[in-house]
Design a protein around this ligand. Structure first.
Ligand code: HEC
Length: 120
């Protein structure tokens, strides 16, 4: 089964601990963290509104480290822009993010949503 390989990937474990691994166990297959929460790409940098690479990378880091404490990481492509906008303010508050971090997180998620399925 492919998930065994995926969840033993050091990067996946380092970023997500057990919660995403559990989500992988429940799913029919697990694509691995990089296709679900993609690295910052040129396409994301080009997606409006403009964000710096540093800001987008900080947003991705926050999604993987601050947004998995109470539940699994929700991948950007799981929702559209409108659905994210209705849930993000409350979740950023729950996660205790500063305004700057909340803005970086929103920038990353929206860039990833717009470029899903992430250039593959
Ligand atoms: C303190 C715990 C906690 C943290 C931290 C947290 N969440 Fe949540 N999240 C919840 C709970 C509880 C729910 C389900 C009930 C609700 O919507 O409030 C939820 C639900 C969600 C949903 C589904 C909502 C829906 O209606 O579809 C998404 C998406 C989400 N969280 C994203 C995030 C993101 C992104 C972060 C990081 C900024 C985050 N969460 C951090 C507790 C948390």
């Amino acid at each position: 089964m492919t998930w065994r390989t995926d969840i033993s990937t050091p990067g996946a474990l380092r970023f997500t601990g057990g919660l995403l691994a559990s989500a992988c166990l429940a799913a029919a297959s697990c694509a691995g963290v990089d296709s679900r929460v993609p690295s910052v790409s040129d396409a994301m940098l080009a997606a409006p509104p403009a964000h710096s690479k540093q800001s987008l990378e900080n947003g991705r880091r926050l999604l993987l480290t601050a947004c998995n404490r109470c539940h699994r990481v929700y991948e950007p492509a799981s929702r559209d822009v409108g659905a994210w906008d209705s849930v993000l303010p409350a979740m950023a508050h729950k996660a205790g993010l500063s305004e700057a971090d909340a803005s970086d997180l929103r920038g990353y998620i929206m860039a990833a949503v717009q470029t899903a399925p992430y250039g593959r």
